[in-house]
Design a protein around this ligand. Structure first.
Ligand SMILES: *Cc1c(COP(=O)(O)O)cnc(C)c1O
Length: 481
């Protein structure tokens, strides 16, 4: 039976119907699901068939088979990890990105994809207050933004010492030191490992109680080996607390030693778009590279990250490639000059759409609103019996712990109480939170990063937490043991 073009369009209408049903139901759906890998495998793991089935059947089955294995992270009651939402325009543009199916490796493969990326990149620099001459790359996430930026750093630092790392590799090269805020995100270490710089060469920089690198600690680390090439990794938005390093103070110190300053601003760099929070990022524009995400606070669908490099020549030298069969543009931007990937999704469209939907004011409002909800959520939770606000929101992140009410309870009991509260809230489906260990104790993470979150969602989350605390306290320790 041969298919007609109409048949092919029918499956897209089916996808639209499924999408609408999913998004409409979100407010009534559980915020998170209990993972059941065996059940999902049982359903999805059909024998690989000799013959295919109709596209609509594939889609319907996929929806049915995955329904209870999808986290409610697209919705407004999901506060786990740091997970953004998807703005309507960005989501729709992402669909069209698949429809258009451009290969965004080169301008020649997809002129509109290249142009929208070029424009969106310039908008991002303007919005985030980064130097206009910086180069950029649209990558899969902050992880690959680190890899891209640190590849540029590695190139520039070694080139300045007469070493061509692209041609000659690292064996025999001067050792690059990586001096990083001791609370740095694990993606820094992964980037360092992938680039062959060696994870053991990451030196933690001591922080103050607020999680900010101490100037003396940076100065001492640099002075210990002043001639050695060094990358200093600072944070705009710590993963746990949302803390910001003091860029105005620290970057000039690093520059005095010729170090390359890289900023992990996965979500926190977006504070820069809000007049209310901008002062947290003062001086960050003096760094040499910045990594951030579109899929977190800008609410572009996964996956979307951005790398920015103040020295475009270092960036291009670390990444670019020329090949006889490629068609390189003279008067346009070839993404392969800036991106570590070759063939790639046309990621610019969804970012372009998000920025147009929101405008400057809309981005700032999104940031402010998430921060206000995080405040309300953190303080609502902290007001519950036995709750403690371990880290109040600086921006959109907070940490809360719950105390075991029993007399003589020890720190380990409090840790179990916190984990039990998280589990009970998540089991209720009313909200979803993730846990962490911070400064030696179990905490519940609060992260508000989705345009869909409302004050009503915050109230529901606090009410679910109140029920969880009451139920566990009444169970007289059976849950806590
Ligand atoms: C999420 C995050 C990362 C990693 O970003 P991905 O987009 O997941 O690759 C790095 N640093 C911080 C601070 C983050 O929050």
């Amino acid at each position: 039976m041969s298919r007609t073009p109409d048949d092919d369009l029918r499956v897209l209408e089916r996808a639209l119907a499924h999408a609408k049903a999913y998004l409409t139901a979100l407010p009534r759906q559980p915020a998170g699901v209990a993972p059941d890998p065996a059940r999902l495998r049982r359903r999805l793991h059909r024998p690989l068939a000799e013959h295919g089935v109709a596209a609509e059947t594939v889609l319907d089955d996929l929806v049915a088979d995955t329904a209870d294995g999808l986290m409610g992270s697209a919705g407004g009651r999901f506060f786990g990890w740091v997970i953004g939402g998807a703005l309507p325009a960005a989501l729709a543009a992402d669909w069209l990105t698949a429809v258009w199916d451009q290969n965004a490796a080169l301008h020649a493969c997809g002129p509109a994809a290249a142009a929208s990326e070029e424009v969106a990149g310039a908008w991002l620099k303007e919005l985030l207050g980064l130097p206009a001459a910086s180069s950029f790359a649209f990558v899969t996430g902050c992880q690959m933004a680190h890899v891209t930026c640190l590849a540029a750093a590695r190139h520039a630092l070694l080139a300045a010492r007469g070493w061509d790392v692209q041609a000659d590799g690292l064996a025999g090269a001067p050792q690059v030191r990586i001096l990083a805020n001791q609370d740095h995100h694990g993606s820094i270490e992964r980037a360092v490992g992938l680039l062959g710089l060696g994870r053991s060469h990451v030196r933690p920089l001591a922080t103050d109680d607020a999680g900010r690198v101490q100037a003396v600690s940076l100065e001492r680390a640099l002075a210990a080996d002043p001639a050695a090439p060094a990358i200093v990794v600072l944070q705009a938005g710590d993963i746990a607390t949302g803390a910001f390093d003091d860029f105005e103070r620290l970057i000039p110190i690093a520059r005095r030693y010729g170090a390359w300053v890289h900023v992990d601003g996965a979500f926190g760099l977006w504070a820069r778009t809000s007049p209310r929070f901008r002062s947290l990022t003062l001086g960050v524009e003096a760094a040499q590279s910045w990594a951030t995400d579109g899929h977190k606070w800008l609410n572009v669908p996964f996956d979307s990250g951005y790398a920015f490099v103040a020295d475009p020549e270092a960036h291009r030298a670390a990444v670019s490639h020329r090949a006889a069969y490629l068609t390189h543009a003279e008067d346009a931007r070839d993404q392969i000059d800036w991106n570590p990937d070759w063939s790639r999704r046309a990621r610019g469209f969804s970012t372009y759409a998000a920025l147009r939907q929101l405008g400057r004011r809309g981005v700032a409002d999104l940031v402010d609103r998430c921060c206000a909800h995080a405040q309300a959520l953190a303080h609502g939770l902290a007001a519950l019996p036995g709750a403690e606000l371990v880290s109040a929101p600086i921006i959109n992140q907070a940490l809360v712990a719950f105390h075991d009410p029993r007399i003589g309870a020890a720190p380990a009991n409090h840790d179990r109480m916190t984990d039990a509260v998280i589990a009970a809230i998540n089991a209720s489906g009313e909200a979803f939170f993730s846990g962490s260990t911070w400064r030696g104790r179990r905490v519940m993470r609060v992260s508000v990063c989705n345009w869909r979150t409302t004050a009503g969602d915050v109230d529901r989350a606090v009410a679910a937490a109140a029920d969880a605390v009451a139920a566990i306290s009444n169970s007289a320790g059976s849950v806590l043991a």
